[in-house]
Ligand binder design. Structure first.
Ligand SMILES: [Zn+2]
Length: 318
């Protein structure tokens, strides 16, 4: 990464520790207030403070995630964000928090969103394969390197369950609520007053976890015990965002979220997908909206806002 490509977004970047101005140099980045120094790692600005997420680098898993992220961006994020951001003046500024290998950032940029992706994990290594290389920055969601109210939309797919846990496990640490609250507060801080926060992950109240704890092509899902605090429920999210200055938390339709690519590779997986997809479609319908977040619903997509949405009903349906 050269200095010129890094400086495409200079006005929105600040020191993640003190929110002072950053000076992007050729070989390092320095905070003009607290003098903290940051480096470039494999060509990308490393503004990570607050810890890295050092999970194992499994090439097949990263490849699968990039494929799933392509479907997710095209089938779900882009149409959902277009609806939420209709009426935004200019190109909407979007933050992908915990963007992983970053395929979504490429696709959102191609769909005319002014998007930035951050991550603090091993998947940053995949950024060199992306087309929009100047849109990626190493950062931890607990200390975002952005000015207050910089974004029209901030989103993350399945980040919260992995915060406040031991490594890449399901074991929750004693301070997990503080860790999750720190991220929710940062998301709200960098969001414009009329902006939207979108979060997603498996529903804690559903008895199975359809994405974690198994290798990608494993046909059977993990049993999710009601006592586990690894996953989040609607009310878990609402508590975090209410404490972060949001005034509302809605659940959005989930149809189209999962392509179930690997599950369709085995007959057991295909059998499992049928009822799961039927439930996704059911709870996405207007009449069955009350079932989103209930124990029959495996997946949550939440919308947190600091301000009311005008005519919000149109956002809550397929
Ligand atoms: Zn500083």
């Amino acid at each position: 990464m050269t200095e010129s490509s890094a400086s495409k977004f200079p006005e929105q970047f600040v020191c993640p520790l003190c929110h002072g101005e950053l000076e992007f140099g050729a070989s390092r980045i320095v905070c003009s207030e607290c003098a903290e120094e940051y480096v470039y790692q494999e060509g990308f600005p490393n503004l990570i403070r607050g810890g890295e997420f050092l999970d194992e680098w499994i090439p097949e898993r990263v490849e699968y995630e990039a494929l799933a992220a392509s479907h997710l961006a095209a089938d779900y994020w882009i149409p959902t964000f277009r609806r939420l951001l209709a009426g935004t003046a200019g190109r909407p500024r979007v933050l992908s928090l915990g963007c992983g290998a970053g395929k979504d950032v490429d696709l959102l940029a191609a769909a005319d969103f002014d998007v930035v992706g951050i991550d603090c994990g091993t998947r940053c290594k995949a950024w060199s394969q992306r087309e929009q290389r100047n849109r990626f920055f190493g950062a931890n969601g607990k200390h975002l390197p952005f000015k207050n109210e910089s974004f029209d939309l901030v989103y993350c797919g399945c980040v919260f369950p992995h915060v406040g846990v031991e490594g890449d496990s399901r074991k929750v640490l004693p301070n997990y609520l503080d860790e999750r609250l720190a991220i929710a507060r940062e998301m709200a801080r960098v969001l414009r007053p009329d902006g939207s926060i979108v979060v997603s992950s498996p529903n804690r109240l559903f008895p199975l976890d359809i994405v974690h704890g198994r290798p990608p092509a494993h046909p059977y899902p993990h049993i999710n015990l009601p006592t586990s605090r690894f996953l989040l429920s609607r009310s878990d999210y609402w508590k975090l965002f209410r404490a972060s200055g949001c005034t509302m938390f809605y659940l959005l339709p989930v149809s189209g979220y999962w392509p179930f690519i690997n599950k369709r590779k085995t007959w057991q997986g295909r059998l499992l997908v049928l009822p799961v997809r039927a439930v996704f479609d059911l709870v996405s319908r207007r009449r069955f909206r009350f079932l989103r977040g209930s124990p029959i619903s495996p997946w949550l997509v939440g919308l947190a806002r600091k301000q009311e949405l005008d005519n919000y009903n149109k956002y809550l349906e397929v």
